[in-house]
Design a protein around this ligand. Structure first.
Ligand code: CMC
Length: 444
């Protein structure tokens, strides 16, 4: 197959060949032929399989959607067995080496790499939408001093919806473009303001002379200097981290974005939902959990004891394992390299040795090998953020900044898809049948 041509998920369709699945229902003895397209049957075709005319029809039961495609997508391709991740056909390794976050965001959202003038225009508009309304600043000020930045970020993004009521016009391309600039532009500002608030430091306004990540560093770390000059190595490291986090097809937060936006909610509310999904320790909160775990382990000598507890099911080795990657997470390899580049500037993170020892033991241990558990994107990202001087509570917020591009790309794709409607899974009801109401005094 031509390398540049579109690829279907698991099974590539053989063009012109009709593929099907024959099912025999042993309850009735009837046979059904269901078409197979792109390696999938349509779940709704199962409804034809009935035991009687008034039977609802067969459904598939798939808690946590482990084997259900809820959409067709052209944004991101993952082959978990072979450790492949591509955005719009471009390997993640190439983008991490050659692209920038804003260019990658353009690629994800528009489907093609921008020409020079398009990139300049895109960068200009995002850069000019980084300011927050002063009332959002006051809103952030209302949080307790130790509020978790993710709680602040989720709330502030939802609050943006009240500032831009035209965002409800989701079928208006011009309106969507504007909200896209705002979301990409304002996420770093909200995250940085949340951080400054936790320290009781004054907020630093965006500096349009700086790059996307340079400005973010400025808003995080500027103190009394008249002009903040970001360290180019840290600026680039953050850019690479944002590229690596930019999309990951139908993960928990992107599914939340699609699910909430499928009710035609505006993109700020949908983003708040996606960010809330990201916050959990099994998803974007894992980078925070990894750091806490490394701190809890405390020293290289104590790693075997921790691994023993993992194997006994007491705790998890955070930053290990992935629903999709069963070989290695290609993002983890790039991040490990980036980590060393950051340590060259900031000094070696003392937790690195503990992380390396965890990785060494886990990669040799049958518990992890047999379950195909390898380091994921979050295993090293936290060490980088910590070396840059960020507290662990900021880590998921950094993930959210990068993932914003993917959330928008998934949202746009969903809106353009004529097959999508409001998200509404089915259930298997296993509760009571009709029960008779008993007045409170008569209950035994
Ligand atoms: N440590 C120890 N055991 C694990 C781990 C782990 N990190 N991950 C999975 N297992 C075991 C699990 O106990 C189970 O064992 P058994 O078959 O004996 O019951 C087996 O491996 C399969 O696990 P699972 O929970 O069924 O796998 P899943 O696909 O539902 O979970 C996961 C994927 C990422 C939630 C899980 O691997 C995990 O909790 N990892 C730690 C949290 C983490 O690092 N999350 C970040 C994911 S990458 C960032 C992102 O994309 O969000």
């Amino acid at each position: 197959m031509d390398k540049s041509s579109p690829v279907a998920n698991a099974a590539e369709p053989r063009s012109g060949q009709h593929e099907s699945l024959t099912i025999t229902d042993n309850r009735t003895g009837k046979r059904y032929e269901l078409p197979v397209t792109n390696g999938c049957i349509r779940a709704s075709d199962l409804r034809k399989i009935k035991t009687a005319d008034d039977d609802f029809g067969l459904m598939s039961y798939d808690p946590a959607f482990t084997n259900t495609a809820a959409c067709a997508s052209k944004v991101t391709f993952i082959d978990g067995e072979r450790g492949i991740l591509r955005y719009r056909g471009y390997p993640i390794e190439v983008l991490a080496e050659k692209s920038t976050y804003l260019e990658t965001a353009y690629l994800l959202i528009h489907g093609e790499l921008p020409r020079r003038a398009q990139l300049a225009d895109w960068t200009f508009h995002i850069t000019h939408h980084t300011f927050l309304h002063e009332s959002i600043k006051k809103f952030l000020d209302g949080f307790h001093y130790d509020a978790h930045p993710m709680g602040m970020l989720i709330s502030a993004v939802a609050a943006l919806s009240t500032f831009y009521p035209e965002a409800k016009e989701i079928f208006n391309a011009e309106s969507r473009k504007k909200q896209t600039y705002r979301l990409l532009g304002k996420m770093p500002t909200i995250a940085a303001f949340s951080y400054r608030h936790s320290l009781g430091l004054p907020f630093v306004y965006p500096d349009n002379d700086l790059s996307y990540t340079g400005n973010f560093l400025n808003m995080l770390f500027k103190t009394t200097e008249l002009k903040y000059r970001p360290n180019p190595a840290l600026e680039r490291a953050l850019d690479v981290l944002f590229i690596l986090h930019a999309d990951h097809e139908q993960n928990c937060s992107s599914s939340a974005m699609r699910g909430v936006a499928s009710s035609q909610a505006d993109p700020y509310c949908a983003t708040a939902a996606a960010a809330a999904a990201l916050y959990g320790p099994l998803h974007g909160g894992a980078n925070e959990a990894v750091l806490r775990m490394l701190l809890q382990i405390g020293s290289v000598e104590k790693v075997p004891e921790y691994i023993r507890r993992v194997k006994e099911g007491e705790v998890r080795l955070m930053g290990f394992g992935h629903r999709v990657y069963k070989n290695y997470d290609p993002r983890a390899k790039i991040i490990k390299r980036t980590a060393y580049e950051v340590f060259d500037v900031m000094g070696r993170n003392p937790l690195l040795d503990i992380a390396l020892e965890c990785e060494r033991i886990a990669l040799e241990d049958d518990y992890f090998v047999s379950r195909k558990l390898y380091p994921n994107v979050d295993f090293y990202s936290g060490l980088i953020y910590q070396s840059m001087g960020l507290p662990v509570t900021m880590f998921p917020a950094l993930f959210a900044i990068g993932r914003m591009a993917g959330w928008i790309a998934q949202w746009e794709e969903m809106l353009a898809d004529p097959e999508q409607k409001i998200s509404r899974p089915r259930q298997v009801y296993l509760g009571y049948g009709t029960r008779e109401y008993v007045p409170v005094d008569d209950r035994g």
